[in-house]
Ligand binder design. Structure first.
Ligand SMILES: [Zn+2]
Length: 116
């Protein structure tokens, strides 16, 4: 499952950043192009972290909508539900993705109240 391997990567990064401190909340920013279902990710995280030092921590996922920019007329727009990579202004398909590919751990809430 895609989300399970993603959780494995998150756990590796978080363990290094936390350096033994107890983690309460992991804030993530995930672009919709990543094809990650936040609910599934949270479920996998609970499974994966259960027997580790990250047990009891939870994920806060912020979904970033896909945005494209047209190279022809410079118009930018959210892609919405339609996976059509074309400009709504001039119908050009010469567009670039300017948001939606993010995969970031933006912050960790640690038990001591400190944050990184
Ligand atoms: Zn255009």
């Amino acid at each position: 499952m895609h989300e399970l391997s993603v959780c494995g990567s998150i756990a590796g990064i978080v363990e290094r950043r936390a350096a033994g401190r107890q983690v309460r909340v992991i804030h993530l920013r995930i672009g919709q192009l990543r094809q990650i279902v936040p609910d599934t990710l949270v479920y996998c995280w609970d499974l994966l972290s259960a027997d580790t030092e990250l047990a009891g921590s939870r994920l806060e996922v912020e979904s970033i909508p896909v945005r494209i920019r047209c190279r022809g007329c410079d118009r930018s727009a959210e892609l919405g539900d339609l996976p059509v990579f074309a400009c709504g202004g001039c119908m050009s398909t010469d567009v670039e993705v300017i948001a939606g590919e993010e995969f970031l751990i933006t912050a960790l809430d640690l038990a001591e109240g400190a944050s990184t």
